[in-house]
Design a protein. Sequence first.
Lengths: 144, 144
Amino acid sequence: MIPEARELHHVSVVVGSIDDSLPFYRDTLELVPGPVRVITDQHVRVVFLEAPHTRIELIEPTDASSGVARFLAERGRPSLHHLCFVVDDLRATLAALAARGVELIDREPRPGAEGDVAFLDPRASGGVLVELIDRASLARPHTS
Amino acid sequence: MIPEARELHHVSVVVGSIDDSLPFYRDTLELVPGPVRVITDQHVRVVFLEAPHTRIELIEPTDASSGVARFLAERGRPSLHHLCFVVDDLRATLAALAARGVELIDREPRPGAEGDVAFLDPRASGGVLVELIDRASLARPHTS
């Protein structure tokens, strides 16, 4: 049986401009965009586009100070950035992963654009960045 | 309403070694792997891991001749490679996209690991590689 805890919440794409990139995802892929939100403390603008059962997140850095801004500068064009999976109890999951020696960026949940989140260190997967999001927090997204 | 045609079939990750990368996706993310398959004519080994409603595909180049081998050499580590969405009639979708001027790598469906597929040119999205897979073909995967 596939655990519901491992549902793919979203795949994120870092883009230089949401205005430039949104039309492809909306008009060509026919995904349904939500509102564009500014996450001031993370120096990004984000928009989620709904697909059945999951979402594509476009992240646009608003200045050069963030990790996503450096990622975009390195790649030089819109690029796939991370995978985010839903877990039922993020705090307990992080404790269990840490006890097993899985490298974590965040050892405690922190507020993300869509709920309480934590990032695993890309070393844990060999290179791919993975985010976990707490299921119970999905109803109360971060709005700063 | 979200069109069922735009379901995310899988997200693919190019890896240097499925043997090395699989444990993270199976044991840490708790995704459920299928069999590892060799796609001889594409010079890759692939494995799909099931998540609820979607899949993660790990692709390992078996020699240096393929596009995914060059992608891996450029990135130097496992990296997110493409998104694949299900469409109801791939041939008709490709014709409609071409008529709208969307850049395509494949103008006709061709056999892929999981069914009949076509890739959009990354220029269509500004950089992200997108694959489309024909829903009716999902029951008869490529086995060469």
